[in-house]
Design a protein around this ligand. Structure first.
Ligand SMILES: [Zn+2]
Ligand SMILES: [Zn+2]
Length: 344
């Protein structure tokens, strides 16, 4: 089968590999019907994910059809259409039992697919702990709708959940890349008083205004002034930082009102400064992470009810055999690309 493979720093290649097999009774093998490229894949390619193992098939965002299951798998059966969770989790350790599945203590716990074990930019993928890692897609939900459920949409959903948003809140989202847009979709479900999206790229601000006309948008250099003008208590009640750019962590806490919740979803290239003397008395609550991606069933149900639709994020679709081209487009952010779908 075709599998896009991490060869060495700077090099991915489409390889012919053996089809994966069940190796544990809790495994399932899934025939991938649609996959996507994530910024984390690009990080692997550039060698900034040291735990990624050369030779593995990349890709951790996909949907497919269950082909085979191990004897201990109960939730899914061959023929079921499923989303695949970015995280592998046992469901039994301390962290799993408390919903902190990102920190599952199993040897493959956390982000393993397409990083430490073979992932899904391929025709087939083996999913460990299939009862936790797979969720059945409702009949009325398409592959395109479900594609981001296990990764960036799970992240947006989790970010909105842990930010403790109330209907009185003004929520500032920093960054309208794919994960920022998924966060926006999930924050909208909480019906806050106001949502403001801060984004550098004008075409992405346009995208937000087109799909969420009630949302206010602002460029980073205007953000502080704009927030003060639009928030009665001197800042946003909730800030979700998804951008991970040079100055966006600072912007996040500067835009927060005293006693606000600041949720940091972004993955930074460099250490960030937490200038406690400067923020003394602001009494901020910081939450950081690593998505605990265990809300997929709820996300799929919201899609079925028509409450979440992330299909507009798919701006381009390629065949798996042309995945090299798809990566180029995504990496160079050409042609207004937001997300690329890849069809095996
Ligand atoms: Zn990802
Ligand atoms: Zn666990």
């Amino acid at each position: 089968m075709l599998a896009y493979t991490y060869i060495e720093k700077g090099l991915f290649e489409l390889k012919d590999k053996l089809k994966p097999q069940i190796i544990d009774e809790k495994d399932a093998v899934v025939r991938v019907t649609l996959a996507s490229i994530c910024t984390s894949d690009i990080h692997i390619k550039h060698g900034s994910v040291p735990r990624a193992i050369p030779g593995i098939t990349v890709g951790h965002e996909m949907v497919g059809v269950v082909e085979k299951t191990g004897t201990a798998v109960e939730k899914v059966k061959p023929g079921d259409r499923v989303t695949v969770n970015v995280e592998t989790f046992c469901g039994e350790c301390f962290f799993c039992r408390n919903g902190y599945v990102n920190n599952c203590t199993d040897k493959n716990g956390g982000w393993a697919l397409g990083c430490r074990i073979d992932g899904g930019q391929a025709e087939y993928v083996r999913v460990p702990f299939a009862d936790n890692g797979l969720d059945i897609i409702p009949d009325s939900v398409t592959d395109e709708q479900a594609l981001f459920t296990g990764d960036i949409l799970a992240t947006g959903f989790w970010a909105a959940r842990i930010s403790e948003i109330t209907p009185e809140d003004t929520v500032l989202i920093i960054g309208a890349g794919p994960t920022g847009l998924c966060t926006l979709a999930c924050v909208s479900l909480k019906n806050p008083e106001k949502i403001i999206v801060c984004e550098r790229d004008e075409s992405r601000r346009d995208f937000v205004r087109k799909h969420y006309p009630e949302v206010l948008t602002v460029a980073p250099e205007e953000a502080l002034r704009f927030i003060k003008a639009n928030c009665p208590n001197g800042g946003a009640d909730r800030v979700i930082e998804v951008a991970g750019a040079e100055d966006t962590f600072r912007l996040a806490w500067e835009c927060a009102r005293p006693n606000a919740v600041v949720t940091v979803v972004a993955l930074y290239d460099k250490p960030q400064i937490l200038p406690l003397p400067e923020m003394y008395g602001k009494n901020l609550i910081f939450k950081t992470g690593g998505v605990d991606g265990c809300d997929c069933a709820e996300i799929l149900s919201l899609m079925e009810q028509g409450k979440i639709d992330t299909t507009p994020l798919i701006t381009h679709t390629y065949d798996l055999k042309d995945i090299e081209e798809a990566y180029k487009l995504f990496e160079e952010k050409r042609d207004g690309v937001i997300k690329v779908a890849v069809k095996p």
